[in-house]
Design a binder for this molecule. Sequence first.
Ligand code: ARG
Length: 403
Amino acid sequence: MTKIEKIVLSYSGGLDTSIILKWLQEVYGCEVVTFTADLGQGEELEPARAKAEMSGVKDIRIVDLREEFVSDFVFPMLRANALYEGQYLLGSSIARPLIAKRLVGIAREVGADAIAHGATGKGNDQIRFELAINALDPSLKVIAPWRQWNIRSRTQLLEYAEKHHIPVPSDKRGEAPFSIDANLLHTSTEGKILENPAEVAPDHVYQRTVDPLDAPDAPEIITIGFEAGDPVSVNGKSMTPAALLSELNGLGGRHGVGRLDLVENRFIGMKSRGIYETPGGTILLAAHRGIESITLDRAAAHLKDEIMPRYAELIYNGFWFAPEREMLQALIDQSQAFVSGEVTVRLYKGSASVISRTSPWSLYSADLVTFEESAVAYDHRDAEGFIRLNGLRLKSWAARNGR
Ligand code: ARG
């Protein structure tokens, strides 16, 4: 094994990363610095400090990344209306590059030569972490204990914990827990009964949304303000990016907005089934499309829609810090200069529907489109020629086919 001098570990304080911490100290016999990010997962982070201290960690980093997460990662992605495989709002995918960026920053600051993470060998997250680290600092080594150690199951993991006096919470002793990943954008739940896509997900997997069937009978109408493609206010109140997303999570959650039960194709090769809850993100996607509908030129809008699946796939596959993602981002960002105004959205039993939109930069012309008399110079006879020319080749084609 190559000699490692100092490791920065992505550490949540949970059972898995506590075991990884012990394992690293034992196997590499070097200093381990822990990094714990607050991405709005809604968990107390101070217990992580206490646990790291107990394991003899001297340098413990706990950083609030909520604003940076939403303003520099979630919002740029939202400008693209990004959805993976038509449905997934990429809540886990978009958090990884930020965590990797901070890990690299800390590694440089403390002079570490390796970064360790707790992602398993079967998932997308290992790819996302490591591609980002490669792109940000090619000299850093990566340690992925789940791919290296001999622990192959949950049971063996608990045995290792027992042997090394790592406290195991009582609910972790019996049945294995769901694999959950949460942040300000979403909660993702995988594993256990969900591994059978034929099984209906039990109600207790849902954490931040009510069942649409139990949502209030009265709809709630909200207004979202946009500036240059990014949401800036809710109901007329200006908010920071993280505060705004968190506000919409509350509103959407209460109305059962943003639940998704999905079988997706992992980059690593297998299909997996997960339950996603993305209340605020779902509202923002609808609202952003609403404001774009009046402010974007048709060809610009259609070009965005063409590149969107490609852009979403890059994020899903871990290529946030790659030249092609940055090129597509530049294209998307340029389209957003006039995407400003207000969108009204109705939240009702699981749906977030745009019901009105206004913009000082609107391209919409009632005069042009109206069924009534209008003063705008539009010669109906032009449409006749337009159709005749477009129909020309269809006539040749149909004649040849003998219709
Ligand atoms: N399948 C999702 C993705 O690749 C979520 C992965 C992390 N979620 C989890 N529950 N472990 O983006």
